[in-house]
Design a protein around this ligand. Structure first.
Ligand code: B12
Length: 213
């Protein structure tokens, strides 16, 4: 039987090998990949965050846990993405300037890819200029900005402002997300949408390109 508690524990413990083995076993046994991510892997990272916040974990433990999470995600990602269909829209996605967190951003990218969007993933620590360049080059319909730090949230505002100043704000919809981001903040900085999870991001993106959810 798939032991998803092992996967959870391995991510929290930063044990990449066990995490990958447990993820593979769960997938082989037919566990739904979305459920695996949302019910076991994300909660494990939440627990890591809690341990960090109460100073039981420090940066090395965060790094080990995120390596374990990423190792398991590599196995899940292809299953989140479907293939072979015309893209329903183009999405430029990145973690904003100063922010190196990319696990949630990668999940959002995978889910959008699975929903038929073409993804242009700019990675982490992305400058407003880089976002603008990619939006123009790729004729993107949507820009997805991710931030995990309160200190990098203003870079979302700066990016939206730079897009406006570049004269292309009416050509591209902007979605924002990441743990500290709220709907209120999204409204404040003039984003077109916000979600606190990857499925919500897909629903919003579909709506923005005119597909009924
Ligand atoms: C892993 C991790 C790291 C790893 C990141 C590895 C990586 N490659 O991503 C490392 C070790 C590098 C790291 C570094 C730091 N981290 Co850190 N980190 C975390 C941790 C534990 C987990 C983040 C994560 O991956 N969550 C799982 C994913 C799946 O969730 P998510 O990112 O929120 O994404 C979901 C949603 O938010 C949403 N979403 C995300 N993006 C988008 C975008 C759009 C458009 C939409 C619609 C939705 C959406 O969908 C996703 C899927 O459901 C969090 C704690 C936490 N619980 O958030 C701390 C945390 C974010 N880190 C924190 C801190 C302080 C730091 C450091 C400053 C530590 C230090 N002293 O050096 C540095 C900063 C580095 C930098 N410049 O970015 C704090 C931030 C506090 C704050 N509010 O500002 C947190 C909250 C820990 C804590 N409790 O104190 N970190």
């Amino acid at each position: 039987m798939a032991d998803n508690r092992t996967l959870y524990d391995a991510i929290v413990a930063g044990d990449a090998r066990t995490a990958a083995t447990a993820a593979r076993a769960a997938l082989d046994q037919g566990v739904d990949p979305v459920e695996l991510v949302s019910r076991h892997m994300i909660p494990a990272m939440d627990e890591v965050g809690r341990l960090f916040a109460c100073e039981e974990y420090f940066v090395p433990e965060l790094l080990l846990a995120s390596r374990a999470m990423k190792g398991a995600l590599v196995l899940v990602r292809p299953l989140l993405a479907s293939s072979g269909v015309e893209p329903v829209g183009r999405v430029v996605i990145g973690s904003v300037l100063g922010d190196l967190h990319d696990i949630g951003k990668n999940l959002v990218a995978s889910m959008l890819e699975g929903a038929g969007f073409e993804i242009i993933d700019l990675g982490a620590d992305v400058t407003p200029a880089r976002f603008i360049q990619a939006i123009l080059e790729k004729k993107a319909d949507i820009a997805c900005l991710s931030a995990l730090l309160t200190v990098t949230m203003p870079a979302m505002r700066d990016t939206i402002e730079a897009i406006r100043q570049a004269g292309i704000r009416d050509r591209v919809k902007v979605l924002v997300g990441g743990a500290p981001v709220t709907q209120q903040y999204a409204d404040q900085i003039g984003a077109d949408g916000y979600s606190d999870n990857a499925s919500g991001a897909v629903a919003l993106a579909r709506k923005l390109v005119g597909i009924s959810v």
